[in-house]
Design a protein around this ligand. Structure first.
Ligand SMILES: Cc1cc2nc3c(=O)[nH]c(=O)nc-3n(C[C@H](O)[C@H](O)[C@H](O)COP(=O)(O)OP(=O)(O)OC[C@H]3O[C@@H](n4cnc5c(N)ncnc54)[C@H](O)[C@@H]3O)c2cc1C
Length: 461
């Protein structure tokens, strides 16, 4: 530890918390990470299937995920990431359409007129090239698409995506978010084949998480699992962190990497302004059914379900990205769903979800039979999808909270980006740098930290 090393608590052992812990230790501080769960990884946690680790929620990297690539390189693990061309499909009105190339788009008959299809293709190119986010602020994705893509494209392509992901709040999602998401997906395409190229780490992304934990421990960091923080108390210019288990420790600084809602439950009062910012982002929970099948299901890695008679939005066939041999010959399918807290889907048991979902798989592959299912798992996560609504860019909560020494770095601050390990890595690094600056001796001359300005939106990579 360097002279004058400070003590820092990090709450949450997901990507942001682990990366922040590592960077703070590298700065020479003492760091104690509190994780509520029995293992670290957060939304990137893994389980075992056929002798291989696999993420509980599907995960891949885009070629533009610069921060993730840099970190994996630093950990000498970049060679373990394999980049695969993938294919995608759309299930609409009871039929599965390939949707990977321009030819697929031109053949996409749910857009009845060729003019609509060409318009959609040109729109994709325009959105991919556009770099000025301000053009999309102040207008909802649904209104923008209605005007620019046309009513039919809106109904067939965009509205199902937005409703499936954000539920009742879909009407309020800004175009900036959708534009950014379209750019991200296009940016990962191979120019010649037009196929999306996605990265996956051999042995799962749990490999880099484990490597980071080893480095954290080697630098003297403490990683405590099953340690849900119950309360943060401001005490004599320090912060006391109390866990549900009854332990209490005092720190010079605390970084929370948990959701806005979770922070509000455990933190001291912030005052109206900051509390209002925290409350301005709503959340969806995630439920994800994972199936191990005897046979392949769709032929695509990514299937968008744009048919609202199906009770899920996406079907991700992992073994169309990674060979089934890695999973002992099993074919692995994820059926994730972002759900509103208290909704019927969100409360279903694994058996009930399987009963609701499986009959629809036969519509996607008429040969599918429930006897193909060898094993099923259900994973859930609270506050797994922040919902951004119009004007959110000016309402984001800053990383420095009004409580001196208490910082926040979470997925609600990455607007206009969608959740992704890349942005959680950036969050962890950004927060660690900020805390390091505030803890450095020269900053002791500065006035107590108040609200920092709204975090700069993450620059597109
Ligand atoms: C369905 C799904 C699919 C995804 N697909 C991809 C993908 O393909 N590619 C990609 O890059 N990213 C993907 N992501 C996003 C990625 O998983 C997240 O961006 C990233 O893992 C978030 O990390 P985090 O540290 O910000 O938050 P989290 O992972 O949510 O970590 C927060 C941690 O805090 C802990 N915690 C909460 N409360 C407390 C408390 N009181 N005390 C102590 N600990 C607490 C939680 O247990 C958790 O471990 C996906 C996410 C989901 C849900």
């Amino acid at each position: 530890m360097k002279d004058g090393a400070a003590s820092v608590a990090v709450i949450g052992g997901g990507v942001a918390g682990l990366v922040a812990t590592y960077r703070l230790l590298q700065q020479g501080h003492r760091v104690h990470l509190f994780e509520a769960g029995a293992s670290v990884g957060g939304l990137l946690r893994t389980f075992e299937i056929g002798g291989e680790r696999l993420e509980c929620f599907y995960h891949h990297l885009f070629t533009s995920d610069g921060a993730a690539v840099r970190l994996l390189d630093e950990l000498t693990l970049l060679k373990t990431v394999k980049w695969h061309p993938t294919t995608a499909g759309i299930f609409y009105n009871g039929r599965l359409y390939p949707f990977t190339s321009t030819v697929d788009l031109l053949r996409f008959t749910p857009l009845a007129g060729i003019r609509d299809r060409i318009r959609l293709g040109l729109l994709g190119l325009r959105l991919r090239r556009e770099r000025d986010a301000s053009k999309f602020e102040g207008v909802t994705a649904i209104d923008w698409m209605r005007r620019n893509a046309g009513e039919r494209s809106l109904r067939v392509i965009w509205e199902p995506l937005l409703r499936g992901k954000f539920g009742d709040m879909a009407d309020e999602v800004p175009m900036t978010w959708l534009w950014n998401r379209i750019r991200l997906r296009f940016s990962s395409r191979d120019l010649l084949s037009q196929k999306e190229v996605l990265g996956y780490q051999l042995g799962s992304f749990g490999v880099w998480v484990d490597a980071l934990v080893k480095l954290i421990e080697a630098l003297g960091g403490e990683v405590e699992m099953n340690a849900a923080v119950d309360r943060i108390v401001s005490e004599n210019a320090k912060l006391k962190v109390e866990t549900i288990g009854g332990s209490a420790h005092t720190f010079d600084a605390v970084l929370a990497t948990i959701s806005n809602k979770a922070l509000l439950r455990i933190a001291p009062r912030f005052g109206e302004e900051y509390t209002g910012r925290l409350k301005s982002v709503a959340y969806q929970d995630t439920v994800c059914l994972v199936l191990s099948l005897r046979r392949p299901l769709t032929g695509h890695y990514w299937l968008s379900i744009n048919d609202r008679s199906v009770p899920f939005l996406t079907l991700v066939e992992q073994t169309n990205l990674v060979a089934p041999e890695r999973y002992g010959g099993r074919h692995v399918v994820y059926i994730p769903n972002d759900v509103t807290r208290g909704s019927s889907l969100g409360q279903m048991t694994e058996g009930e979800l399987a009963a609701a979902y499986l009959p629809h798989l036969r519509r996607m592959n008429p040969q599918f039979d429930e006897s193909w299912v060898e094993e099923r798992w259900l994973f859930r996560a609270s506050d797994a999808q922040p919902v951004f609504t119009l004007g959110v860019g000016s309402r984001l909560a800053g990383h420095r909270t009004p409580v001196r020494g208490l910082y926040l770095a979470n997925m609600a601050q990455i607007y206009p980006h969608d959740r992704g390990q890349n942005y959680s890595i950036l969050l962890g690094e950004r927060a660690a740098a900020m805390i390091g600056e505030d803890l450095s001796p020269r900053d002791e001359m500065l006035p107590p930290s108040g609200l920092d300005p709204i975090p700069a939106p993450f620059p597109p990579e």
